[in-house]
Design a protein around this ligand. Structure first.
Ligand code: ARG
Length: 482
C-alpha cells in the first residue's frame, strides 16, 4: 500500500485482501470525471451541516478552503489519484484529510458514498445533458438555415430507396430537424424528471442526525428531494433515460450518416462533402472516403450496446445499493461522450455539404416521379383512382421497355395515350408546378418549406432561453468558485 494509500474502511479487518480486490474494486480511473460534481456536493452538504449546528464554523471554514485547493489541483492536473483509495469520493476525502487534518473527518457526517454517488451522477448528467441540448439546438438552427437556402431545390423522394415522388432538398433536411427536435424534447423532459436530490438518504435509511435535506437540495439547484431513501440510492432511471435518448439520438445520426455515404457516392452524386470531413486512401490516390459519415453511422451500435449493458446490470438487483451499480458509469460516460462528439461533427458536417443541382435534377427526370401526379390528372377528369393507377402503370411499363421517359415522349403523346387534355398533362409534368401543387400541411410546397425553416429558428430561440436558465450555476458551485 502506498504511503498515502490507506483505505477509509477496514477497521475491523484481520486478513489482507486478495491481490485482485483493489483493482476490481476501484472505480477511480473513470469516476474521477465526476470530481467537480463531488466537490460541489460536499460544499452543499458541509454548508447544511454548519447551518444545522452539526459542524462548527472553524471546521467548516477549513473544509471549504481544503476543497477549493483540491479542486484547483484536479483542474490543473497535479492532483494525485490513488487506486487504493478506490473511488473519486474517497480520494477527495482522503486528500482533504492529508491537507487539513482532523476537520476532514467530519465532512462525511450523515452521508454515505451511496447517496454521494447518486448525487454526483445527477450533477454530472445535468451538466452534460445541457451541453448536448446546446449541440442539438445548433444543429437544428444550422440545418434549418440550409433548408431555407434549398427550400425550392427539387429532389427525388424515396421509398424502399426507389425513386418515388418529388420533394425538395429543404423538405428532406427539415425531416431530420424534426427528429433532432424530438431528441431535444427527450433531453429536456428527462432533465425535469431527474430534478430530484438524493442527498440525505445516507447509505439507505437516512440518518439520526438533524439534517435539512430541503436546504441541501436548494444549495444544489434541485427543486425536489427524493421521497424514499431506499429509492434515492438505488434509482438509476435517469441513466437509463439518458442511454435511451442517446441510443435514439444516435440512431437518427446514423441514418444521416448513411444518407451522406450514399449521396456522396458517384452513383448518386447529390452532395459533395468538404475535404475537412473526408480522408484519403493509402492505396488509391483518387479516393476521398466519407469516413466521418461512416463513423457516425457505426458508432450508433456501441451506444445501443451501452443501453443494453446498463439494463442488464440493473435487472434483478434487490434494494438498495449494490456494488454492481458501480458498473453504471462506463456505459453512461461512453454513450454521452459518443453522442456529444457525433453531434458536434454532424452539426458542422451536414451544413457544409454542398448539394449538387444537376445530379439532383437528372435523377428526377429518369425516375417517373410524376406518375402519381399524372394519375391525379385522370382523377380530375373523372376516372376512379384505382383505374387511373392501372392505366399509368401500363404506360410507364411501355416507356421503360422503350427506354424513354414522360419528358422525352412529350406532353402531347402522353395526353393522347391517356386520353386527357394536353394542357393538363403539360401542367402535371412540370416539376416546379408539381411541387407547388403539394399545398397541404407538411408537404414540400417550397413556400411552406421556407415557412417551416423559419419557424424552426423561432423555436430554437425559445429553447435557448430555457436552457440558458437551466445552466445557471447552483449556489454551492458559486460558493466554491467565489
Ligand atoms: N464507487 C462506488 C460506485 O460507483 C461508490 C459507492 C460505493 N458504496 C459502497 N457502499 N461501497 O458505486
Amino acid at each position: 500500500m502506498s504511503s498515502k494509500g490507506d483505505r477509509l474502511w477496514g477497521g475491523g479487518y484481520e486478513q489482507a485482501t486478495h491481490p485482485l480486490v483493489q483493482r476490481m474494486n476501484a472505480s477511480v480511473a473513470y469516476d474521477r470525471r465526476m470530481a467537480r460534481e463531488d466537490i460541489i456536493g460536499s460544499v452543499a452538504h458541509a454548508t447544511m451541516l454548519r447551518d444545522q449546528g452539526i459542524l462548527e464554523e472553524a471546521d467548516y471554514a477549513a473544509i471549504l478552503v481544503g476543497l477549493r485547493a483540491i479542486l484547483a489541483e484536479i483542474e490543473v492536473g497535479t492532483f494525485e489519484w490513488i487506486e487504493a483509495r478506490e473511488d473519486v469520493h474517497m480520494n477527495i476525502e482522503a486528500a482533504l484529510r492529508d491537507r487539513i487534518g482532523a476537520p476532514a473527518g467530519r465532512l462525511h457526517t450523515a452521508r454515505s458514498r451511496n447517496d454521494q454517488v447518486a448525487l454526483d451522477e445527477r450533477l454530472w448528467l445535468r451538466r452534460r445533458l445541457l451541453g448536448i441540448a446546446q449541440h442539438l439546438l445548433a444543429f437544428m438552427s444550422a440545418v434549418a438555415e440550409q433548408a431555407w437556402q434549398h427550400r425550392d431545390w427539387p429532389m427525388c423522394g424515396y421509398t424502399h430507396l426507389q425513386r418515388a415522388q418529388p420533394v425538395t432538398v429543404g423538405h428532406h433536411l427539415l425531416a431530420h430537424v424534426e427528429a433532432f427536435e424530438r431528441d431535444l424534447d427527450r433531453v429536456l423532459s428527462l432533465l425535469a424528471r431527474m430534478d430530484v436530490c438524493p442527498l440525505g438518504a445516507g447509505a439507505l435509511a437516512g440518518t439520526t442526525l438533524p439534517i435539512d435535506r430541503v436546504r441541501t437540495a436548494a444549495l444544489l439547484g434541485f427543486s425536489r428531494v427524493a421521497r424514499n431513501s431506499l429509492d434515492a440510492v438505488s434509482d438509476r432511471d435517469h441513466l437509463l433515460d439518458t442511454l435511451m435518448a442517446a441510443a435514439t439520438g444516435m440512431t437518427h445520426i446514423s441514418r444521416i450518416g448513411e444518407e451522406l455515404v450514399l449521396f456522396a457516392s458517384a452513383e448518386f452524386g447529390y452532395v459533395r462533402l468538404p475535404d475537412a470531413f473526408t480522408t484519403g486512401s493509402s492505396l488509391m490516390p483518387q479516393k476521398k472516403n466519407p469516413d466521418m459519415a461512416e463513423l457516425i453511422r457505426g458508432k450508433s451500435g456501441r451506444v445501443a450496446g451501452d443501453l443494453v449493458s446498463l439494463l442488464m446490470t440493473l435487472k434483478g438487483l434487490p434494494l438498495a445499493y449494490n456494488k454492481d451499480m458501480q458498473e453504471d458509469k462506463e456505459p453512461l460516460f461512453d454513450a454521452v461522450d459518443t453522442w456529444d462528439d457525433c453531434l458536434v461533427l454532424l452539426r458542422d458536417m451536414l451544413p457544409a455539404a454542398e448539394w449538387q443541382k444537376k445530379p439532383l435534377s437528372d435523377a428526377l427526370d429518369k425516375g417517373f416521379l410524376l406518375a402519381t401526379d399524372l394519375a391525379d390528372v385522370l382523377v380530375r377528369n373523372g376516372v376512379p383512382f384505382r383505374d387511373s393507377h392501372e392505366r399509368i402503370a401500363v404506360l410507364v411499363n411501355r416507356l421503360v421497355k422503350e427506354r424513354t421517359t414522360f419528358r422525352r415522349l412529350g406532353a402531347a403523346r402522353v395526353a393522347e395515350a391517356l386520353d386527357v387534355p394536353q394542357e393538363d398533362v403539360a401542367d402535371a409534368l412540370n416539376i416546379k408546378r408539381a411541387l407547388r401543387k403539394r399545398d397541404v400541411i407538411g408537404a414540400p410546397h417550397p413556400t411552406r418549406v421556407g415557412r417551416e425553416a423559419r419557424a424552426v429558428e423561432r423555436r430554437v430561440q425559445a429553447y435557448r432561453a430555457r436552457i440558458t436558465k437551466l445552466q445557471q450555476p447552483c449556489e454551492a458551485e458559486l460558493m466554491l468558485t467565489r
